[in-house]
Design a protein around this ligand. Structure first.
Ligand SMILES: [Zn+2]
Length: 120
């Protein structure tokens, strides 16, 4: 196993691993602290990214926020409608641009694939 130099005691050590549940642990993977077995200093941590349940909650939160903003804009009347249109158009433009980029990447890879076939 690879040894890592501890930045505190400068020894070459195999880190001792400590798994723990991070903040909002239900929605994230376990975090792992890599501790120096000699001086106990935390060298680095890994893990803790958002898990499947967390992603679902994030999407729900996003939708909830979006509908709340929409309702607030509705209460503003005509100004709110204009704002809602601008926000909506911006989001649609972003979606279209992302889709266009994906299509462009696909076309490029298709062309280079055809070129490879011809040159063989
Ligand atoms: Zn150490």
């Amino acid at each position: 196993m690879d040894h890592i130099q501890c930045s505190s005691c400068n020894r070459q050590v195999i880190p001792r691993l400590w798994h723990y549940s991070p903040i909002l642990g239900r929605f994230r993977y376990l975090k792992t602290q890599h501790l120096c077995p000699f001086c106990g200093v935390e060298m680095y941590t890994t893990g803790g990214s958002i898990n499947f349940v967390g992603k679902i909650v994030l999407v729900l939160l996003f939708l909830l926020t979006f509908s709340t903003i929409r309702r607030a804009l509705n209460e503003l009347g005509p100004v709110g409608n204009i704002l809602a249109s601008v926000i909506g158009l911006t989001i649609i433009a972003i979606i279209y641009l992302t889709a266009a980029k994906a299509v462009w990447r696909f076309i490029k890879s298709f062309i280079s694939g055809v070129r490879n076939l011809i040159s063989k």
